[in-house]
Ligand binder design. Structure first.
Ligand code: AMP
Ligand code: MG
Length: 407
């Protein structure tokens, strides 16, 4: 087992061997999910003008009549989208609505819940406003010229909204990686098709394509290939021409029908193979026609685990992400866990928030790498250190959440 590679150092090596894809300028709306190629400064101030945070009345907080009588004449109405209207005169206020510009002379807004209209054009207030109350000042969010995003940040929906509010329309981002997903094995048949004895449905293909999409890649092709070496060679070399990266499942282990590694060695280069990882030991990484090649084990759980721990960070790196780390959360084991020292083990488990507010986690009963049902019974991977043996209930572990929390 001494020739098995350590996950963290191998991952670092793999990331160092990958370069972010070229950049393109794109409209923000189509670039959602892409990674910024340059830092961005606000092209305009947000909000661009002083405006009301409430439906209510714009006033001058120090208006002598307001201070004396608590009441003012309503001189104008200002709606969102309108100009700010004429300046406030002493003794008057403006009926105003959320987002509408403050008239000159106004420095506070009193919410309509704090006001009673006493005549057609008069209003009495039940509160004394502080200067600036319920006013959103120009530039209170972002000032023109301020750096609002960094190279390597993802254009998530919130960042997209901020950049648009700050006046941007097009943005320079890294290209989304185009990936080809190959699944290898003579036993594989298309989803839903009738099976002869010995055949199974290709569940890895759709799973890996969905994972790649969630990681921000575009799947340009998904293909099943048998184990015949020449057909495999053709499929692998074609895949490397069509994609920025190839994700391939099966055929990387040590069986007689496992030809993927040989072909990779002949047609390209194997950077590393065999990790001290469970599940996922046979994972291989290399280059084919100068494109990154991820060779995943065929067992579905192993394919999922190696995708999340290695392929996803690789896709993020190609996408230009600054941060490629996999999210880990601390949790307490609810029951004991069996583990043999020697390989880092990512057991499937189910986590939740415990009565004490901390995360707690229970390992799934079956941990074999072919047991697909643990991918829905479980909602996380429990990251068990390489040298650790069995762990008792109450032990502190790290978990990697799987999929979406809802459902
Ligand atoms: P391999 O890595 O090719 O030796 O495959 C290991 C196990 O995973 C075998 O039981 C295969 O039948 C199974 N397997 C391989 N590819 C897939 C796939 N695309 N979908 C589901 N199971 C697969
Ligand atoms: Mg196979």
């Amino acid at each position: 087992m001494t020739d098995l590679l350590d996950l963290d150092s191998t991952l670092a090596r793999m990331l160092a061997a990958l370069t972010p894809l070229p950049t393109v300028e794109e409209p923000l709306e189509t670039a959602a999910g892409c990674y910024l190629a340059e830092s961005v400064r606000a092209a305009q101030t947000v909000p661009p003008f002083d405006n009301s945070a409430m439906d209510g009345y714009a006033v001058a907080a120090e208006d002598p009549e307001l201070l004396r009588s608590g009441s003012l004449r309503i001189a104008q109405r200002i709606y969102a989208g309108a100009g700010p209207g004429p300046a406030l005169r002493p003794g008057t206020c403006a009926r105003i609505f959320t987002g509408a510009p403050l008239p000159a002379g106004a420095d506070a807004v009193i919410a309509q819940e704090e006001a009673s209209v006493t005549a057609d054009d008069r209003v009495t207030f039940h509160t004394r406003p502080e200067r600036g109350a319920c006013v959103r000042s120009a530039g209170g969010d972002v000032k023109v010229g301020e750096i609002i995003a960094q190279a390597g940040d993802v254009l998530h929906p919130g960042r997209l909204a901020l950049l648009i509010a700050a006046g941007h329309q097009r943005i320079r981002v890294h290209q989304r990686p185009k990936v080809v997903v190959l699944t290898t094995g003579d036993e594989l048949r298309a989803p839903g098709s009738p099976l002869e004895p010995g055949q199974i449905h290709d569940s890895n293909g759709p799973m890996l394509a969905a994972l790649a999409q969630q990681a921000g890649a575009t799947v340009v092709r998904r293909q099943r290939v048998g184990d015949e070496p020449e057909a495999l060679r053709l499929a692998l070399t074609a895949a490397a021409k069509d994609g920025d990266a190839v994700i391939c499942s099966g055929g990387v282990s040590v069986g007689d029908a496992d030809h993927v590694r040989d072909i990779l060695a002949e047609e390209g280069e194997i950077t590393f193979w065999r990790l001290a990882l469970k599940p996922g030991k046979p994972f291989a990484f290399g280059t084919l026609a100068a494109r990154p090649f991820f060779g995943l084990p065929g067992n579905p759980v192993s394919a999922l685990v190696t995708f999340l721990l290695l392929v996803r960070p690789g896709i993020l790196r190609l996408s230009g992400a600054r941060d490629t780390t996999t999210t880990r959360l601390p949790a307490v084991l609810l029951g004991p866990v069996n583990k043999r020292p020697g390989r880092r083990d990512f057991q499937r488990g189910r986590f939740r928030i415990g009565a004490d507010g901390r995360l707690c986690v229970e390992a799934c009963t079956r941990q074999d790498s072919n047991i697909l049902s643990t991918l829905t019974e479980g909602n996380c991977l429990i990251d068990l250190p390489k040298d650790s043996g069995n762990l008792d209930a109450g032990s502190q572990v790290d978990i990697v959440p799987l999929f979406e929390a809802n459902g």
